[in-house]
Design a protein around this ligand. Structure first.
Ligand SMILES: *Cc1c(COP(=O)(O)O)cnc(C)c1O
Length: 378
């Protein structure tokens, strides 16, 4: 029996050719391909400005800096997210304040955010968890009048929509990931998009040691102009090798999301016939890219979540425990917080099923059959 992975990147000959072209050009660091990728990504996501970075984590870090978050500030984040969401807040000396999530979507809501707002709240990081679009409008209605910046962690969100627009386009600033576990990949890589040109300009400088002139521009001249370093910056650059792959991947986004939605439909149809399993689904305000196809294992199902993962593994099917809860990890154990019952329930009772572009019909049938196999006890 061959192994079915939970996720597989979808890369082909076009990506190989694109990388070869960059290598032949003699310029492999951040340069013209990164600029072209930024332009194409901004157009695809309906963003005014896009700044490529080395990862979504570094894009979130820059988002915290340019939106003015610093020591003494509080930033509301879901605990129900990859740990980088909370870590980005700590990088700038601020304090993450955990909000609970909605049981249906796994995302924060205006109500769960409002519960933890204080006069020190400077920003909120909302997440399109697993590609499920967050209901952003009520959150902006809550935060905008209070001068609280809404940052969207759209790491998993490329290709999902909110009220018929790309997710991320409704926030003042958004961060994206191109890690292979996400919807399109550059190996490692990220992007920051924003509607504010001044924030984009500063992020663009900060990712490159805060130089007043980019390395690509300096080396375009035989006699490179003298540069200066306007503040303490970082090396958060993407390479042209990665951006060349990103351009090809971006061209595949629509096709990839279409296929993932087909596979998700098939799962939903068969899981609907199995008592005790609830699959993630489109919310009323948008569509999912199904970056993570998660399923809640309820009390009516004969196995617990962990037993079901072991049962799948025994048939060479690789599932994953659901989204983590950051508040249970060592750096955040002592962090004061409100109870997070929905977060803990989802973390403990969900698992992620294999779903990727190349997943075949017989493979998906194998997964569905394995899910249907356990018989009710007694
Ligand atoms: C994957 C992920 C990140 C981190 O992305 P990297 O590109 O690996 O740094 C951040 N936030 C969320 C919600 C993620 O899923």
């Amino acid at each position: 029996m061959s192994r079915i992975n939970v996720m597989q990147p979808y890369l082909g000959m076009e990506e190989i050719a694109a990388v070869a072209e960059v290598i032949n050009s003699g310029w492999v660091a951040q340069g013209p391909k990164v600029a072209a990728f930024e332009e194409a990504f901004a157009a695809a996501q309906q963003a005014s400005c896009a700044v490529a970075t080395s990862s979504c984590t570094t894009a979130l870090h820059l988002a915290m800096i340019v939106s003015g978050v610093g020591p003494g500030d509080e930033v509301v984040v879901p605990s129900f997210s990859f740990i980088a969401t909370a870590n980005a807040v700590v990088y700038v000396g601020a304090r993450p304040v955990f909000a609970d999530v909605d049981i249906t979507t796994g995302n924060v809501t205006a109500a769960t955010i409002e519960e933890v707002l204080t006069e020190r709240t400077r920003a909120v990081i909302v997440v399109d968890q697993g590609g499920v679009p967050v209901d952003l409008d009520p959150i902006r209605t809550l935060c905008d009048p209070r001068g609280i910046t809404v940052v969207e962690d759209a790491a998993c969100g490329a290709g999902s929509t909110y009220h018929n627009r790309p997710v991320g386009s409704g926030a003042e600033i958004s961060a994206w990931s191109f890690h292979p576990r996400k919807i399109i990949t550059t190996g490692e890589g990220g992007m920051l998009t924003t509607s504010r040109h001044s924030w984009a300009d500063r992020a663009r400088r900060l990712r490159e040691h805060a130089m007043n002139v980019s390395a690509a521009d300096r080396h375009g001249n035989v006699l490179a102009p003298a540069e200066s370093y306007l503040e303490v910056g970082y090396n958060f650059r993407m390479t042209d090798l990665q951006a060349a792959v990103g351009l090809v991947q971006l061209g595949r986004l629509e096709e990839v999301v279409h296929r993932r939605r087909e596979l998700a439909d098939t799962y939903a149809k068969y899981l609907g016939e199995i008592d005790g399993l609830r699959p993630v689904a489109d919310p009323e305000w948008g569509t999912c890219n199904f970056q993570s196809f998660w399923v809640e294992v309820g009390p009516d199902y004969p196995l617990t979540r962990d037993e079901l993962l072991a049962h799948l593994a025994s048939q060479e099917i690789s599932g994953r425990r659901g989204i983590m809860a950051a508040h249970r990890q060592p750096p955040y154990l002592d962090q004061p917080r409100i109870p997070l019952p929905v977060t803990e329930h989802l973390t403990d009772n969900t698992l992620i099923l294999p779903l990727f572009h190349q997943l075949s019909e017989p493979e998906q049938t194998r997964v569905v059959d394995a899910l249907a196999e356990p018989r009710p006890r007694g």
